[in-house]
Design a protein around this ligand. Structure first.
Ligand SMILES: NC(=O)c1ccc[n+]([C@@H]2O[C@H](COP(=O)([O-])OP(=O)(O)OC[C@H]3O[C@@H](n4cnc5c(N)ncnc54)[C@H](OP(=O)(O)O)[C@@H]3O)[C@@H](O)[C@H]2O)c1
Length: 356
């Protein structure tokens, strides 16, 4: 293991570590303009209409981004969010734009990326924050994939890859003083470290999540697996894409209350119990967003392909350090390349990795 973590992968996956990191550990502070001046820069936040994403938008604006793009599926919610964010800076020069992005449709993802490609300046900060925790089994009507796997993994990594050549080829709007390496952060969760991941030996792997049998669905397991797949993909992508093109990392906001994250389990007994737990131990959305900002704005090239918690680089899930994990990641990579072949994803990665 090349990294010098302050905990082991096994400890990282334990409940004791979770409680310590959630409750006792010092959190990454809200960044101030003196820590990071983002003037001139463009930032994109997916799922920026609510919850952690909305707070990310607020914090990015307070650091001076010139243009903030809220990528949302619900444009009315996005417009309300934009209005709220702009209210304290009404006649200022900062822009907030609301762009349609529905991760349940590949066509929406590719159209969004094409639109980003038409910008004069590259996005310097991209936070792939949109995500879902489905309480019930659901298959995406357009692809047949499980909703969590589609949203949190497949469509998210499609967008991630499609944005890479754009951030590589376009100039930054930042001044020479604050000219950064682009950061693309995929919002993760410590639940990726907890999954039993019983599908791990199934070949092919991705269809194993698409069963219509409700008995094979477990809400926490499915969500956790979707976040694990994203970490596996990100780590593999980071091996191929130089961190001079973009820093790719995976921060967790920590357990965060006051967002829409638990909305699907509202009204259920499990939802009631979890809600109490969240009220006692959960961060507010601004604290959750600051943990993500530490990775999306401040983390350096050493964070490439890594998991970030409370501003600290922390171990990836245990399986990712094993031979079994390596095999599963290879399989996942192969199947993901096939799934996303319609968008030329493999070629994009090969071209960028050849430019090392
Ligand atoms: N809250 C926590 O405790 C916690 C802990 C660890 C990690 N996370 C992660 O943090 C991120 C933000 O979560 P949050 O707590 O802020 O939850 P949230 O308030 O529910 O926000 C999720 C965002 O994702 C968007 N989204 C969901 N499906 C989408 C789709 N198909 N296309 C486009 N956008 C879609 C939602 O849009 P709509 O408003 O239109 O539904 C919303 O904007 C997620 O990735 C989540 O997995 C959260």
């Amino acid at each position: 293991m090349a990294h010098n973590f302050d905990t082991t992968p096994e400890q990282q996956a334990g409940q004791l570590h979770f409680l310590k990191s959630q409750v006792m550990e010092t959190k990454a502070p809200v960044l101030k303009r003196k820590d990071a001046d983002l003037s001139g820069q463009t930032a994109i936040v997916t799922g920026g209409n609510i919850g952690v994403g909305l707070e990310l938008g607020r914090q990015l604006l307070s650091l001076g981004v010139s243009k903030l793009i809220l990528a949302v599926r619900n444009e009315e919610g996005g417009n309300n969010a934009a209005e709220m964010l702009l209210a304290p800076r009404k006649d200022g020069p900062q822009k907030v734009e609301v762009w349609k992005l529905d991760l349940s449709e590949y066509a929406s993802v590719t159209a969004f990326a094409e639109r980003v490609g038409q910008l004069d300046k590259r996005p310097d900060i991209v936070v792939l924050n949109a995500g879902v925790l489905s309480a019930k089994l659901g298959l995406n009507p357009s692809t047949g994939h499980d909703v969590d796997i589609q949203t949190n993994y497949l469509s998210t990594v499609l967008l991630l890859v499609l944005l890479l050549p754009i951030v590589k080829s376009k100039p930054s709007g930042a001044t020479a003083v604050n000219n950064p390496v682009p950061h693309l952060s995929v919002v993760s969760s410590v639940m990726a470290h907890w999954t039993k991941f019983e599908e791990r030996n199934t070949e092919p792997l991705l269809p194993a999540f698409d069963s219509e049998d409700p008995a094979r669905f477990d809400m926490e397991e499915r969500y956790s697996a979707s976040k694990l797949l994203a970490l596996m993909f990100l780590a593999e992508l980071a091996r191929r894409i130089p961190n001079s093109v973009a820093i790719l990392n995976a921060p967790t906001p920590g357990m965060t209350r006051g967002s829409g994250f638990m909305r699907q389990s509202a009204g259920t007994v499990l939802g009631f119990v979890i809600n109490i737990y969240y009220r006692i131990f959960g961060h507010t959305c601004d604290v959750g967003a600051s943990q993500v900002m530490a990775a999306a704005v401040k983390a350096g090239p050493e964070s490439h392909g890594q998991f970030i918690e409370n501003g600290r680089q922390r171990p990836l899930p245990v399986i990712m350090y094993t031979a079994e994990g390596e095999k599963v990641t290879k399989q996942l990579w192969k199947e993901t390349m096939q799934e996303l072949s319609f968008a030329g994803v493999e070629q994009i990665i090969n071209d960028l990795s050849a430019s090392k």
